[in-house]
Write a protein that binds this ligand. Structure first.
Ligand code: GLP
Length: 271
């Protein structure tokens, strides 16, 4: 796992945006896996700025979001569809019909997971999956105890997740307890994964994900099984990492190598 610890949230967003921009430049019809939550917001802002400067176009890109609440209308400001449209899609040239999220009010919720999986497959699979991490180690809405082989399905949210996410709600506003989320098995099929982590409240989860055992108790630890994961974290979220000094050193070494040889250790997987 490549672990990059940066001081400024802005640098983290920029690093993430650069990865996306490099991928889309190389493969204009890329399939991006996208995340919601506060963490990727600055990354989306950077991408919007790159688009406005004419440095990137999303007009052939397809996207699949990790998850969506179940049982609300997609027009509800709480829905992840609403979040993605207003935070990102409405500000770039992506074709809205190429942006996918699980349906939050499907006629048959049990069929929604397999349908979504089929759509991802038909698009050729996900080239780059962006992830945040829950304070309990969840990715998407795969809460602790989720099967590491799980596929897109309905999940009941953990009480701690409901509490974390309630900060975005107005008092008394309805908060769904169910969601449809890509499974951990689904996420692990992405060709490349970028996990972003900001803030001290993520420190324990980040440590468990990177350095702990691979366990359903910390769904993000399953990323250790993936050959091409980059974790970009601020110092606060990295504060419990035992090997933090080593990750910083490797990063500095690699930056030097890049100057001399280019990005020779980067796998050419986007073909
Ligand atoms: C939510 C989402 C996750 C997200 C996480 C962290 O519940 N389902 O995909 O990564 O919580 O959110 P934040 O970035 O706001 O901390």
């Amino acid at each position: 796992m490549e672990v990059v610890i940066l001081d400024e949230a802005q640098e983290i967003a920029k690093k993430g945006a650069t990865l996306v921009a490099e991928l889309v430049a190389k493969k204009p019809h890329s399939v991006l896996g996208l995340a919601t939550g506060g963490t990727p917001v600055q990354l989306y802002k950077h991408l919007i700025a790159l688009y406005q400067q004419g440095q990137i176009s999303f007009n052939q890109v397809q996207s699949f979001n990790l998850d969506e609440y179940l049982g609300i209308a997609s027009s509800n400001p709480l829905s992840y569809r609403h979040f993605m449209n207003s935070c990102f899609f409405e500000h770039i040239d992506v074709k809205l019909e190429n942006t996918h999220l699980p349906d939050c009010s499907p006629a048959n919720p049990r069929e929604e997971g397999p349908r979504y999986e089929q759509q991802i497959k038909a698009a050729g699979g996900i080239d780059l999956q962006i992830l945040g991490i829950g304070s309990n180690g969840h990715i998407g809405f795969n809460e602790p105890s989720s099967s590491l082989a799980s596929r897109t399905r309905i999940k009941t949210l953990a009480q701690s997740t409901i509490e974390d996410n309630s900060k975005l709600l107005k008092p008394g506003e309805f908060q769904p307890h169910l969601a449809i989320t890509m499974g951990i098995g689904t996420i692990l099929e992405a060709r490349r994964i970028l996990l972003l982590a900001l803030g001290e409240h993520k420190a324990e989860a980040v440590q468990a994900a990177i350095e702990g055992p691979v366990t359903a108790m910390c769904p993000a630890s399953a990323l250790q099984l993936h050959p091409h994961v980059t974790v970009v974290s601020d110092a606060a979220a990295a504060s419990q990492l035992e090997l933090a000094d080593y990750y910083r050193w490797v990063y500095r070494e690699n930056e030097e190598l890049k100057k001399e040889y280019g990005n020779f250790y980067e796998l050419d997987i986007y073909g």
